[in-house]
Ligand binder design. Structure first.
Ligand code: SGN
Ligand code: CA
Length: 560
Protein backbone atom coordinates (compact mmCIF):
# COMPACT_ATOMS: atom_id res chain seq x y z
CA UNK A 1 0.00 0.00 0.00
CA UNK A 2 1.45 3.34 -1.08
CA UNK A 3 -0.04 6.44 0.52
CA UNK A 4 -0.75 9.44 -1.64
CA UNK A 5 2.61 11.17 -1.94
CA UNK A 6 1.07 14.59 -2.59
CA UNK A 7 -0.62 14.66 0.81
CA UNK A 8 2.30 12.96 2.34
CA UNK A 9 4.86 15.62 1.55
CA UNK A 10 6.84 16.95 4.47
CA UNK A 11 5.07 20.09 5.76
CA UNK A 12 8.02 22.48 5.59
CA UNK A 13 5.82 25.60 5.82
CA UNK A 14 4.10 24.36 8.92
CA UNK A 15 7.39 23.60 10.59
CA UNK A 16 8.19 27.28 10.51
CA UNK A 17 5.29 27.82 12.91
CA UNK A 18 6.60 25.33 15.47
CA UNK A 19 7.20 26.95 18.85
CA UNK A 20 10.89 27.22 19.67
CA UNK A 21 10.86 24.78 22.54
CA UNK A 22 9.21 22.16 20.35
CA UNK A 23 11.35 22.86 17.29
CA UNK A 24 14.40 22.30 19.43
CA UNK A 25 13.11 18.86 20.28
CA UNK A 26 12.35 17.72 16.76
CA UNK A 27 14.26 17.00 13.60
CA UNK A 28 17.10 14.93 12.34
CA UNK A 29 19.82 13.87 14.71
CA UNK A 30 17.74 14.72 17.79
CA UNK A 31 19.08 12.90 20.82
CA UNK A 32 16.78 10.00 21.70
CA UNK A 33 16.06 11.28 25.21
CA UNK A 34 14.64 14.64 24.11
CA UNK A 35 12.60 13.54 21.13
CA UNK A 36 8.83 13.91 21.29
CA UNK A 37 7.01 10.63 21.85
CA UNK A 38 5.21 8.91 19.01
CA UNK A 39 1.50 8.43 19.55
CA UNK A 40 -0.78 5.56 18.58
CA UNK A 41 -4.41 5.66 19.61
CA UNK A 42 -5.97 2.26 19.17
CA UNK A 43 -9.70 2.66 19.30
CA UNK A 44 -12.39 0.07 18.77
CA UNK A 45 -16.10 0.58 18.31
CA UNK A 46 -18.38 -0.67 21.10
CA UNK A 47 -15.69 -2.65 22.94
CA UNK A 48 -16.76 -2.70 26.55
CA UNK A 49 -14.71 -3.39 29.70
CA UNK A 50 -16.62 -6.64 30.35
CA UNK A 51 -14.86 -8.06 27.27
CA UNK A 52 -11.21 -7.27 28.05
CA UNK A 53 -9.69 -9.86 30.34
CA UNK A 54 -7.54 -7.26 32.12
CA UNK A 55 -10.85 -5.71 33.32
CA UNK A 56 -13.01 -8.80 33.58
CA UNK A 57 -11.97 -12.30 32.59
CA UNK A 58 -15.35 -14.03 32.60
CA UNK A 59 -16.15 -13.70 28.90
CA UNK A 60 -13.05 -13.64 26.72
CA UNK A 61 -9.25 -13.80 26.95
CA UNK A 62 -7.46 -10.80 25.41
CA UNK A 63 -3.74 -11.49 25.99
CA UNK A 64 -2.45 -8.69 23.78
CA UNK A 65 -4.65 -6.05 25.35
CA UNK A 66 -3.71 -7.43 28.74
CA UNK A 67 -0.09 -6.86 27.77
CA UNK A 68 -0.82 -3.13 27.52
CA UNK A 69 -2.29 -3.20 31.03
CA UNK A 70 0.62 -5.24 32.37
CA UNK A 71 3.17 -2.88 30.87
CA UNK A 72 1.26 0.34 31.47
CA UNK A 73 -1.69 1.85 33.31
CA UNK A 74 -5.29 0.61 33.38
CA UNK A 75 -7.96 3.20 34.13
CA UNK A 76 -10.79 1.75 36.16
CA UNK A 77 -12.98 4.81 35.80
CA UNK A 78 -12.79 6.33 32.36
CA UNK A 79 -16.10 7.82 31.16
CA UNK A 80 -17.34 9.21 27.88
CA UNK A 81 -19.18 12.50 27.57
CA UNK A 82 -21.83 11.12 25.20
CA UNK A 83 -21.99 7.34 24.63
CA UNK A 84 -22.35 7.14 20.88
CA UNK A 85 -19.88 6.86 18.03
CA UNK A 86 -19.60 10.16 16.10
CA UNK A 87 -20.06 12.32 19.19
CA UNK A 88 -17.43 10.38 21.11
CA UNK A 89 -14.97 10.66 18.22
CA UNK A 90 -15.57 14.41 18.03
CA UNK A 91 -15.02 14.73 21.80
CA UNK A 92 -11.71 12.88 21.45
CA UNK A 93 -10.49 14.96 18.50
CA UNK A 94 -11.37 18.31 20.06
CA UNK A 95 -11.06 17.70 23.80
CA UNK A 96 -14.48 19.37 24.07
CA UNK A 97 -18.01 18.32 24.99
CA UNK A 98 -20.56 17.69 22.23
CA UNK A 99 -22.36 21.01 22.68
CA UNK A 100 -19.01 22.78 22.04
CA UNK A 101 -17.71 20.75 19.10
CA UNK A 102 -21.17 20.73 17.52
CA UNK A 103 -21.39 16.97 16.91
CA UNK A 104 -24.18 16.07 19.31
CA UNK A 105 -25.53 13.01 17.48
CA UNK A 106 -24.65 10.68 14.60
CA UNK A 107 -26.71 12.68 12.08
CA UNK A 108 -24.37 15.71 12.33
CA UNK A 109 -21.51 16.70 10.05
CA UNK A 110 -18.27 17.46 11.87
CA UNK A 111 -16.98 20.95 11.21
CA UNK A 112 -13.52 19.87 10.15
CA UNK A 113 -12.20 23.42 10.15
CA UNK A 114 -12.19 23.52 13.95
CA UNK A 115 -9.20 22.92 16.21
CA UNK A 116 -8.29 19.27 16.82
CA UNK A 117 -5.34 17.65 18.53
CA UNK A 118 -4.03 15.96 15.33
CA UNK A 119 -3.87 19.41 13.71
CA UNK A 120 -1.97 20.83 16.67
CA UNK A 121 0.45 17.90 16.63
CA UNK A 122 0.89 18.28 12.88
CA UNK A 123 1.69 21.96 13.34
CA UNK A 124 4.27 20.91 15.90
CA UNK A 125 6.10 18.70 13.41
CA UNK A 126 4.33 15.35 13.78
CA UNK A 127 3.46 13.21 10.79
CA UNK A 128 -0.17 12.23 11.25
CA UNK A 129 -2.45 9.46 9.97
CA UNK A 130 -6.06 8.42 10.44
CA UNK A 131 -6.86 4.82 9.54
CA UNK A 132 -10.19 3.01 9.98
CA UNK A 133 -13.61 4.08 11.25
CA UNK A 134 -14.02 7.84 11.17
CA UNK A 135 -17.81 8.30 11.18
CA UNK A 136 -17.85 12.10 11.22
CA UNK A 137 -19.49 12.66 7.83
CA UNK A 138 -16.90 15.19 6.63
CA UNK A 139 -13.39 14.58 5.28
CA UNK A 140 -10.62 14.24 7.85
CA UNK A 141 -8.42 17.32 8.21
CA UNK A 142 -4.99 17.59 9.81
CA UNK A 143 -3.71 14.23 8.56
CA UNK A 144 -0.87 13.56 6.11
CA UNK A 145 -2.53 10.27 5.31
CA UNK A 146 -6.07 9.10 5.84
CA UNK A 147 -7.85 5.93 4.83
CA UNK A 148 -11.30 5.73 6.31
CA UNK A 149 -14.26 3.40 6.19
CA UNK A 150 -17.42 4.87 4.76
CA UNK A 151 -19.94 5.47 7.58
CA UNK A 152 -20.07 2.26 9.66
CA UNK A 153 -17.87 0.34 7.24
CA UNK A 154 -18.10 -3.36 6.41
CA UNK A 155 -16.54 -6.46 7.96
CA UNK A 156 -15.67 -8.18 4.67
CA UNK A 157 -14.14 -6.50 1.59
CA UNK A 158 -14.57 -3.09 3.21
CA UNK A 159 -14.83 0.10 1.19
CA UNK A 160 -12.32 2.81 2.13
CA UNK A 161 -11.82 6.39 1.07
CA UNK A 162 -8.09 6.93 1.01
CA UNK A 163 -6.92 10.51 0.75
CA UNK A 164 -10.11 11.20 -1.20
CA UNK A 165 -10.13 8.10 -3.41
CA UNK A 166 -12.54 5.18 -3.02
CA UNK A 167 -11.17 1.63 -2.92
CA UNK A 168 -12.50 -1.74 -1.85
CA UNK A 169 -9.92 -3.80 0.01
CA UNK A 170 -10.18 -7.59 -0.04
CA UNK A 171 -10.08 -9.36 3.30
CA UNK A 172 -11.37 -8.84 6.84
CA UNK A 173 -11.68 -5.31 8.12
CA UNK A 174 -9.64 -5.62 11.34
CA UNK A 175 -6.76 -7.23 9.44
CA UNK A 176 -6.96 -4.68 6.62
CA UNK A 177 -6.85 -1.70 9.00
CA UNK A 178 -3.76 -3.16 10.65
CA UNK A 179 -2.09 -3.79 7.28
CA UNK A 180 -2.71 -0.15 6.40
CA UNK A 181 -1.35 1.03 9.74
CA UNK A 182 1.84 -0.99 9.32
CA UNK A 183 2.11 0.09 5.67
CA UNK A 184 1.98 3.73 6.68
CA UNK A 185 4.55 3.26 9.43
CA UNK A 186 6.86 1.47 7.01
CA UNK A 187 7.19 4.49 4.74
CA UNK A 188 7.19 7.20 7.43
CA UNK A 189 9.90 9.80 7.79
CA UNK A 190 12.03 8.20 10.48
CA UNK A 191 13.40 11.53 11.67
CA UNK A 192 10.10 12.87 12.89
CA UNK A 193 7.62 11.62 15.48
CA UNK A 194 4.31 10.18 14.31
CA UNK A 195 0.77 10.27 15.60
CA UNK A 196 -1.56 7.62 14.24
CA UNK A 197 -5.25 7.09 14.91
CA UNK A 198 -5.82 3.37 14.40
CA UNK A 199 -9.59 3.08 14.68
CA UNK A 200 -11.36 -0.26 14.26
CA UNK A 201 -14.88 -0.97 13.14
CA UNK A 202 -14.92 -4.10 15.28
CA UNK A 203 -16.77 -5.11 17.41
CA UNK A 204 -19.70 -3.01 16.14
CA UNK A 205 -23.04 -4.61 15.34
CA UNK A 206 -23.61 -7.11 13.52
CA UNK A 207 -20.53 -8.81 15.01
CA UNK A 208 -19.21 -10.80 11.99
CA UNK A 209 -16.09 -12.77 12.96
CA UNK A 210 -13.07 -13.35 10.73
CA UNK A 211 -13.00 -16.68 8.92
CA UNK A 212 -10.36 -18.08 11.26
CA UNK A 213 -12.59 -17.30 14.25
CA UNK A 214 -15.83 -18.80 12.98
CA UNK A 215 -17.27 -21.15 15.55
CA UNK A 216 -14.44 -20.79 18.07
CA UNK A 217 -16.85 -20.31 20.98
CA UNK A 218 -19.49 -22.83 19.96
CA UNK A 219 -18.75 -25.04 22.94
CA UNK A 220 -18.48 -22.27 25.49
CA UNK A 221 -21.33 -21.39 27.84
CA UNK A 222 -21.01 -17.71 28.72
CA UNK A 223 -21.97 -16.65 32.24
CA UNK A 224 -25.19 -14.63 32.21
CA UNK A 225 -25.25 -11.14 33.67
CA UNK A 226 -27.37 -10.89 36.83
CA UNK A 227 -29.76 -8.50 35.11
CA UNK A 228 -30.30 -10.42 31.86
CA UNK A 229 -34.01 -10.84 32.61
CA UNK A 230 -34.54 -7.33 34.02
CA UNK A 231 -38.19 -6.21 33.88
CA UNK A 232 -37.41 -2.47 34.52
CA UNK A 233 -40.10 -2.36 37.20
CA UNK A 234 -38.01 -0.17 39.50
CA UNK A 235 -37.16 2.43 36.88
CA UNK A 236 -39.03 4.85 34.64
CA UNK A 237 -40.14 5.20 31.07
CA UNK A 238 -36.62 5.61 29.64
CA UNK A 239 -35.63 2.08 30.64
CA UNK A 240 -39.00 0.64 29.68
CA UNK A 241 -39.41 2.33 26.31
CA UNK A 242 -35.97 1.71 24.81
CA UNK A 243 -35.65 -0.63 21.83
CA UNK A 244 -32.47 -2.54 22.49
CA UNK A 245 -33.58 -5.72 24.17
CA UNK A 246 -31.94 -8.96 23.14
CA UNK A 247 -35.31 -10.66 23.41
CA UNK A 248 -37.49 -8.24 21.48
CA UNK A 249 -35.26 -6.06 19.34
CA UNK A 250 -32.32 -8.10 18.16
CA UNK A 251 -32.78 -8.95 14.49
CA UNK A 252 -32.63 -12.73 13.91
CA UNK A 253 -31.00 -12.54 10.46
CA UNK A 254 -28.66 -9.54 10.80
CA UNK A 255 -27.62 -9.92 14.43
CA UNK A 256 -27.93 -13.62 15.07
CA UNK A 257 -27.22 -14.90 11.55
CA UNK A 258 -30.40 -16.99 11.63
CA UNK A 259 -30.94 -17.20 7.91
CA UNK A 260 -30.41 -20.12 5.58
CA UNK A 261 -27.98 -20.02 2.64
CA UNK A 262 -31.00 -20.56 0.33
CA UNK A 263 -32.78 -17.55 1.75
CA UNK A 264 -29.58 -15.54 1.48
CA UNK A 265 -29.30 -16.38 -2.18
CA UNK A 266 -32.95 -15.64 -2.90
CA UNK A 267 -33.81 -12.40 -4.59
CA UNK A 268 -35.04 -9.52 -2.54
CA UNK A 269 -38.27 -9.15 -4.43
CA UNK A 270 -39.59 -12.18 -2.58
CA UNK A 271 -38.51 -10.79 0.72
CA UNK A 272 -40.25 -7.55 -0.05
CA UNK A 273 -43.46 -9.34 -0.92
CA UNK A 274 -43.32 -11.30 2.26
CA UNK A 275 -42.75 -8.10 4.13
CA UNK A 276 -45.82 -6.57 2.45
CA UNK A 277 -47.85 -9.54 3.57
CA UNK A 278 -46.88 -8.73 7.14
CA UNK A 279 -47.81 -5.07 6.94
CA UNK A 280 -50.27 -5.43 9.83
CA UNK A 281 -47.28 -4.62 12.04
CA UNK A 282 -45.43 -2.11 9.87
CA UNK A 283 -42.46 -1.70 12.14
CA UNK A 284 -41.90 -5.42 12.44
CA UNK A 285 -42.22 -5.84 8.68
CA UNK A 286 -39.72 -3.07 8.01
CA UNK A 287 -37.30 -4.38 10.61
CA UNK A 288 -37.50 -7.80 9.07
CA UNK A 289 -36.78 -6.44 5.63
CA UNK A 290 -33.82 -4.34 6.86
CA UNK A 291 -32.49 -7.31 8.75
CA UNK A 292 -32.54 -9.56 5.68
CA UNK A 293 -31.33 -6.86 3.27
CA UNK A 294 -28.46 -5.74 5.46
CA UNK A 295 -27.34 -9.27 6.08
CA UNK A 296 -27.53 -10.16 2.41
CA UNK A 297 -25.35 -7.15 1.55
CA UNK A 298 -22.80 -8.04 4.22
CA UNK A 299 -22.77 -11.73 3.25
CA UNK A 300 -22.36 -10.95 -0.43
CA UNK A 301 -19.09 -9.17 0.29
CA UNK A 302 -17.54 -12.55 1.10
CA UNK A 303 -15.85 -14.69 -1.55
CA UNK A 304 -17.51 -18.00 -2.49
CA UNK A 305 -15.02 -19.88 -0.37
CA UNK A 306 -15.68 -17.63 2.59
CA UNK A 307 -19.44 -18.04 2.16
CA UNK A 308 -19.10 -21.80 2.16
CA UNK A 309 -17.15 -21.74 5.44
CA UNK A 310 -19.63 -19.28 6.88
CA UNK A 311 -22.63 -21.44 5.96
CA UNK A 312 -21.04 -24.50 7.53
CA UNK A 313 -20.15 -22.61 10.72
CA UNK A 314 -23.69 -21.30 11.25
CA UNK A 315 -25.62 -24.40 10.13
CA UNK A 316 -25.77 -25.97 13.64
CA UNK A 317 -27.05 -22.71 15.14
CA UNK A 318 -29.78 -22.47 12.54
CA UNK A 319 -30.81 -26.08 13.13
CA UNK A 320 -31.00 -25.50 16.88
CA UNK A 321 -33.10 -22.39 16.32
CA UNK A 322 -35.56 -24.28 14.15
CA UNK A 323 -35.95 -26.77 16.99
CA UNK A 324 -36.53 -24.30 19.82
CA UNK A 325 -38.28 -21.33 18.21
CA UNK A 326 -41.81 -22.70 18.50
CA UNK A 327 -41.50 -24.31 21.91
CA UNK A 328 -39.09 -22.37 24.13
CA UNK A 329 -40.43 -19.77 26.59
CA UNK A 330 -39.58 -16.08 26.05
CA UNK A 331 -37.02 -16.29 28.89
CA UNK A 332 -35.39 -19.35 27.33
CA UNK A 333 -35.22 -17.56 24.00
CA UNK A 334 -33.50 -14.53 25.59
CA UNK A 335 -30.98 -16.80 27.25
CA UNK A 336 -30.32 -18.68 24.03
CA UNK A 337 -29.94 -15.51 22.00
CA UNK A 338 -27.56 -14.10 24.62
CA UNK A 339 -25.27 -17.12 24.13
CA UNK A 340 -25.22 -16.64 20.34
CA UNK A 341 -24.62 -12.91 20.74
CA UNK A 342 -21.64 -13.54 23.03
CA UNK A 343 -20.19 -16.18 20.69
CA UNK A 344 -20.10 -13.68 17.82
CA UNK A 345 -19.09 -10.61 19.84
CA UNK A 346 -16.21 -12.43 21.55
CA UNK A 347 -15.01 -14.01 18.30
CA UNK A 348 -14.83 -10.51 16.79
CA UNK A 349 -12.84 -9.36 19.84
CA UNK A 350 -10.34 -12.14 19.14
CA UNK A 351 -9.63 -10.48 15.80
CA UNK A 352 -9.04 -7.16 17.53
CA UNK A 353 -6.76 -8.68 20.14
CA UNK A 354 -4.62 -10.50 17.57
CA UNK A 355 -4.24 -7.36 15.48
CA UNK A 356 -3.34 -5.22 18.48
CA UNK A 357 -0.64 -7.83 19.15
CA UNK A 358 0.53 -7.62 15.55
CA UNK A 359 0.86 -3.84 15.68
CA UNK A 360 2.66 -3.91 19.04
CA UNK A 361 5.09 -6.53 17.69
CA UNK A 362 5.72 -4.36 14.64
CA UNK A 363 6.44 -1.28 16.77
CA UNK A 364 8.80 -3.41 18.83
CA UNK A 365 10.54 -4.76 15.74
CA UNK A 366 11.25 -1.26 14.40
CA UNK A 367 12.51 -0.18 17.82
CA UNK A 368 9.75 2.40 18.41
CA UNK A 369 7.51 0.67 20.95
CA UNK A 370 9.05 2.27 24.02
CA UNK A 371 9.15 5.70 22.30
CA UNK A 372 5.44 5.51 21.67
CA UNK A 373 2.48 6.43 23.85
CA UNK A 374 0.06 3.62 23.06
CA UNK A 375 -3.52 4.25 24.09
CA UNK A 376 -6.23 1.62 23.87
CA UNK A 377 -9.83 2.74 24.20
CA UNK A 378 -13.30 2.40 22.69
CA UNK A 379 -15.77 5.03 21.51
CA UNK A 380 -17.93 3.93 24.45
CA UNK A 381 -18.84 0.82 26.39
CA UNK A 382 -21.67 -1.55 25.48
CA UNK A 383 -24.33 -3.73 27.03
CA UNK A 384 -23.52 -7.40 26.87
CA UNK A 385 -26.89 -8.59 28.11
CA UNK A 386 -26.97 -6.41 31.24
CA UNK A 387 -30.59 -5.25 31.70
CA UNK A 388 -31.39 -7.60 28.83
CA UNK A 389 -29.77 -5.17 26.39
CA UNK A 390 -27.32 -4.75 23.55
CA UNK A 391 -26.20 -1.29 22.24
CA UNK A 392 -25.21 1.71 24.40
CA UNK A 393 -26.36 5.39 24.70
CA UNK A 394 -27.55 5.22 28.32
CA UNK A 395 -25.63 6.87 31.13
CA UNK A 396 -25.46 3.51 32.88
CA UNK A 397 -22.13 2.03 33.82
CA UNK A 398 -21.77 -0.57 31.07
CA UNK A 399 -21.63 2.06 28.35
CA UNK A 400 -20.79 5.38 30.00
CA UNK A 401 -17.59 3.71 31.13
CA UNK A 402 -15.03 2.89 28.47
CA UNK A 403 -11.76 0.95 28.56
CA UNK A 404 -8.58 3.01 28.79
CA UNK A 405 -5.10 1.48 28.79
CA UNK A 406 -1.95 3.56 28.35
CA UNK A 407 1.53 2.18 27.74
CA UNK A 408 4.52 4.51 27.73
CA UNK A 409 7.32 3.06 29.83
CA UNK A 410 9.31 6.32 29.84
CA UNK A 411 6.68 7.92 32.08
CA UNK A 412 4.08 5.35 33.08
CA UNK A 413 4.97 2.60 35.54
CA UNK A 414 4.14 -0.95 34.43
CA UNK A 415 1.16 -2.75 35.92
CA UNK A 416 -0.41 0.33 37.53
CA UNK A 417 -4.14 0.92 37.92
CA UNK A 418 -5.85 4.24 38.51
CA UNK A 419 -9.22 4.97 40.04
CA UNK A 420 -9.09 8.62 38.95
CA UNK A 421 -12.20 9.80 37.09
CA UNK A 422 -10.93 10.18 33.52
CA UNK A 423 -12.88 11.21 30.42
CA UNK A 424 -12.54 10.85 26.67
CA UNK A 425 -12.18 14.66 26.38
CA UNK A 426 -8.93 14.24 28.35
CA UNK A 427 -7.03 12.37 25.63
CA UNK A 428 -6.36 15.47 23.50
CA UNK A 429 -4.82 17.61 26.27
CA UNK A 430 -2.88 14.60 27.60
CA UNK A 431 -1.23 13.97 24.26
CA UNK A 432 -0.46 17.64 23.67
CA UNK A 433 1.04 17.77 27.16
CA UNK A 434 3.34 14.81 26.51
CA UNK A 435 4.30 16.26 23.12
CA UNK A 436 5.29 19.55 24.73
CA UNK A 437 2.63 21.47 22.81
CA UNK A 438 0.74 24.21 24.63
CA UNK A 439 -2.80 23.14 25.54
CA UNK A 440 -5.23 25.73 24.12
CA UNK A 441 -7.37 27.39 26.77
CA UNK A 442 -10.65 26.36 25.12
CA UNK A 443 -9.95 22.63 25.51
CA UNK A 444 -12.30 21.36 28.21
CA UNK A 445 -10.64 18.06 29.10
CA UNK A 446 -7.74 17.82 31.52
CA UNK A 447 -4.30 16.40 30.93
CA UNK A 448 -3.96 12.94 32.46
CA UNK A 449 -0.17 13.28 32.59
CA UNK A 450 -0.18 13.77 36.36
CA UNK A 451 -2.41 10.72 36.78
CA UNK A 452 -0.30 8.61 34.45
CA UNK A 453 2.92 9.41 36.23
CA UNK A 454 1.48 9.00 39.73
CA UNK A 455 1.62 5.17 39.86
CA UNK A 456 -2.04 5.03 40.77
CA UNK A 457 -2.34 7.88 43.31
CA UNK A 458 -5.07 10.36 42.44
CA UNK A 459 -3.39 13.78 42.18
CA UNK A 460 -4.64 16.57 44.46
CA UNK A 461 -7.28 18.82 42.86
CA UNK A 462 -8.37 16.06 40.47
CA UNK A 463 -12.00 16.12 39.29
CA UNK A 464 -14.58 14.46 41.53
CA UNK A 465 -17.45 14.17 39.07
CA UNK A 466 -17.97 13.55 35.35
CA UNK A 467 -20.61 15.19 33.20
CA UNK A 468 -22.70 13.44 30.56
CA UNK A 469 -25.18 14.53 27.90
CA UNK A 470 -26.86 12.30 25.31
CA UNK A 471 -29.02 13.82 22.55
CA UNK A 472 -29.85 11.23 19.86
CA UNK A 473 -33.60 10.82 20.28
CA UNK A 474 -35.86 9.93 18.59
CA UNK A 475 -33.57 7.56 16.75
CA UNK A 476 -32.18 4.04 16.74
CA UNK A 477 -32.98 2.11 19.91
CA UNK A 478 -35.20 4.89 21.32
CA UNK A 479 -33.03 5.96 24.22
CA UNK A 480 -34.44 9.21 25.57
CA UNK A 481 -32.35 12.36 25.85
CA UNK A 482 -30.63 12.74 29.17
CA UNK A 483 -27.81 14.35 31.03
CA UNK A 484 -26.30 13.87 34.45
CA UNK A 485 -23.36 13.54 36.76
CA UNK A 486 -21.44 10.57 38.10
CA UNK A 487 -19.29 10.95 41.17
CA UNK A 488 -17.19 8.31 42.86
CA UNK A 489 -20.26 6.89 44.61
CA UNK A 490 -23.46 8.32 43.12
CA UNK A 491 -25.11 8.98 39.80
CA UNK A 492 -27.85 11.49 39.06
CA UNK A 493 -29.59 11.36 35.67
CA UNK A 494 -32.32 13.50 34.17
CA UNK A 495 -34.30 12.15 31.22
CA UNK A 496 -35.96 15.04 29.39
CA UNK A 497 -37.59 16.07 26.13
CA UNK A 498 -40.68 13.85 26.04
CA UNK A 499 -40.38 12.87 29.71
CA UNK A 500 -39.27 14.55 32.90
CA UNK A 501 -37.77 11.79 35.03
CA UNK A 502 -34.89 11.78 37.47
CA UNK A 503 -32.88 8.78 38.61
CA UNK A 504 -30.41 8.60 41.47
CA UNK A 505 -28.21 5.57 42.09
CA UNK A 506 -25.96 4.61 44.95
CA UNK A 507 -23.28 2.70 43.06
CA UNK A 508 -21.73 1.33 46.21
CA UNK A 509 -24.96 -0.31 47.37
CA UNK A 510 -26.38 -0.95 43.94
CA UNK A 511 -23.69 -1.40 41.26
CA UNK A 512 -26.24 -2.75 38.77
CA UNK A 513 -28.25 0.49 38.94
CA UNK A 514 -31.56 -1.17 39.69
CA UNK A 515 -32.88 0.89 42.63
CA UNK A 516 -33.75 4.46 41.78
CA UNK A 517 -33.31 6.41 45.06
CA UNK A 518 -34.49 9.75 43.76
CA UNK A 519 -37.68 9.78 45.84
CA UNK A 520 -36.26 7.82 48.76
CA UNK A 521 -36.28 10.09 51.87
CA UNK A 522 -33.12 8.36 53.10
CA UNK A 523 -31.31 9.88 50.12
CA UNK A 524 -32.76 13.41 50.38
CA UNK A 525 -29.43 14.99 51.37
CA UNK A 526 -27.51 13.09 48.67
CA UNK A 527 -30.08 14.17 46.12
CA UNK A 528 -29.69 17.83 47.06
CA UNK A 529 -25.90 17.62 47.00
CA UNK A 530 -25.92 15.87 43.63
CA UNK A 531 -28.23 18.49 42.15
CA UNK A 532 -25.86 21.23 43.30
CA UNK A 533 -22.85 19.42 41.86
CA UNK A 534 -24.62 18.82 38.58
CA UNK A 535 -25.32 22.57 38.29
CA UNK A 536 -21.64 23.26 38.94
CA UNK A 537 -20.50 20.80 36.29
CA UNK A 538 -22.99 22.16 33.79
CA UNK A 539 -21.63 25.66 34.39
CA UNK A 540 -18.04 24.44 34.12
CA UNK A 541 -18.84 22.69 30.82
CA UNK A 542 -20.75 25.79 29.75
CA UNK A 543 -23.73 23.64 28.81
CA UNK A 544 -27.25 24.99 28.83
CA UNK A 545 -29.55 23.17 31.19
CA UNK A 546 -32.22 21.72 28.82
CA UNK A 547 -34.77 22.26 31.60
CA UNK A 548 -34.18 25.98 31.34
CA UNK A 549 -34.44 25.81 27.56
CA UNK A 550 -37.68 23.90 27.86
CA UNK A 551 -39.24 26.22 30.41
CA UNK A 552 -38.20 29.25 28.35
CA UNK A 553 -39.74 27.59 25.32
CA UNK A 554 -42.99 26.82 27.13
CA UNK A 555 -43.14 30.33 28.58
CA UNK A 556 -42.88 31.64 25.05
CA UNK A 557 -45.68 29.40 23.88
CA UNK A 558 -47.93 30.51 26.76
CA UNK A 559 -47.29 34.16 25.94
CA UNK A 560 -48.33 33.80 22.30
C1 SGN B 1 -26.24 1.43 13.44
C2 SGN B 1 -26.76 0.20 14.19
C3 SGN B 1 -27.32 0.60 15.54
C4 SGN B 1 -26.31 1.44 16.30
C5 SGN B 1 -25.93 2.65 15.46
C6 SGN B 1 -24.94 3.59 16.09
N1 SGN B 1 -27.76 -0.48 13.43
O1 SGN B 1 -27.30 2.23 13.03
O2 SGN B 1 -27.61 -0.58 16.26
O3 SGN B 1 -26.83 1.85 17.53
O4 SGN B 1 -25.35 2.17 14.26
O5 SGN B 1 -23.76 2.94 16.45
S1 SGN B 1 -27.31 -1.48 12.23
O6 SGN B 1 -28.51 -2.14 11.74
O7 SGN B 1 -26.66 -0.69 11.21
O8 SGN B 1 -26.39 -2.46 12.81
S2 SGN B 1 -22.44 3.78 16.58
O9 SGN B 1 -21.48 2.98 17.33
O10 SGN B 1 -21.95 4.04 15.24
O11 SGN B 1 -22.80 5.00 17.27
CA1 CA C 1 -19.70 2.85 18.95
Amino acid sequence: MKPNSRLHARPSVRLAAVPLSVAALTGCGTPEATRQPNIVIMMTDDHTCQALSCYDNRLVETPNLDRLAREGMLFENCYVANAISGPSRACILTGKYSHKNGFTDNSRTFDGSQQTFPKLLHDAGYQTAMIGKWHLNSEPQGFDFWSILVAQGEYYSPLFIENGEEKIEPGYVTDVITDKAIGWLEQRDKDRPFAMLYYHKAPHRNWMPAQRHLGIYDDKVFPEPETLLDDYATRGRAAREQEMEIGRHMWPEWDLKLISPEQLRSDLGEAEQESDANKADVKRANDWLSSVKQFQDAYNRMTDEEKTRWDAAYAPRLAEWEKIRGTASPEEIVRWKYQQYMRDYCAVIKGVDENVGRLLDYLEKIGELDNTIVIYTSDQGFFLGEHGWFDKRFMYEECQRTPLLVRYPKAVAAGTRSKALAMNIDYAPTLLDFAGVEIPADIQGRSLKGVLTSKGEIPAEWRTGVYYHYYEYPSWHSVKRHYGIRTERYKLIHFYNDVDEWELYDLQEDPNELRNRYDDPAYAAVREEMHARLKELQAEADDTDPDELQSEFFQGVENL
